[in-house]
Ligand binder design. Sequence first.
Ligand code: SF4
Ligand code: SF4
Ligand code: SF4
Length: 234
Amino acid sequence: MSQNLINTLNSKLPQTQCQKCGYPSCLEYAKAINTNNEDTNRCIPGGEETHQLINQIQKTGKSNQRLELSQKGEYKSAKIIENQCIGCTLCIRACPFDAIVGSKKRMHTVLTDHCTGCELCVPVCPVDCIEIRKLSDLKEEGNSHADDIINSSYHNLSQKNLVRYQEASNRRKRENIRKDTHETREIRHTAQKDFDDRSPGSKKLLISAAIKEADARIKSREKLSQFRKIRPEV
Ligand code: SF4
Ligand code: SF4
Ligand code: SF4
């Protein structure tokens, strides 16, 4: 596996992260092309131009400026029919770009300039109120962000998508760590409550069992450290 080639392949994909290629992200598809000889025509939003460029890179290890300039990419955008939204927040969790804003039981809306039209929010909506729209239609409705996307180059757009995707992924990771910490605190709190509710006799038994366990752990660690002094390679 060549990391440089994977990075080059990935940088030419549209970064909508739509999973239409059958992989969970553009990067995973790039890895599959490089390591498993995956077909080079699986990126639907990238279209034929991207297919040809990916082919060229896979065969020669190099990109081609003429093919790069021909890349268009099929970008769209989601739009929520706001008066039908029940505020369940499921679409927020499905969006890899943090492109949907709203809170529980409140109307949600899509930030067009963050949205890549990946469609991942559509199947999770229980009331079917998310539409995928052409950027040209949104532009006609006066959406200036749609106009900006239409006027962006393929390269700038895919790089902007990649940065937004990484930012959203990092935010999710931080949130999961916070959630874990909260859960650990809850577990500790429940264990403490369970201990407090016990009779004095049961508390005594628990403490003495815990001391024995700690003693055994200390002894086993001491043995291991003595052993390592004799056999440092272990
Ligand atoms: S944009 Fe293309 S490569 Fe990226 S996830 Fe979608 S289909 Fe796959
Ligand atoms: S709003 Fe929907 S279509 Fe747009 S990026 Fe998020 S999940 Fe994809
Ligand atoms: S999934 Fe549908 S109903 Fe739920 S918040 Fe999103 S748009 Fe509204």
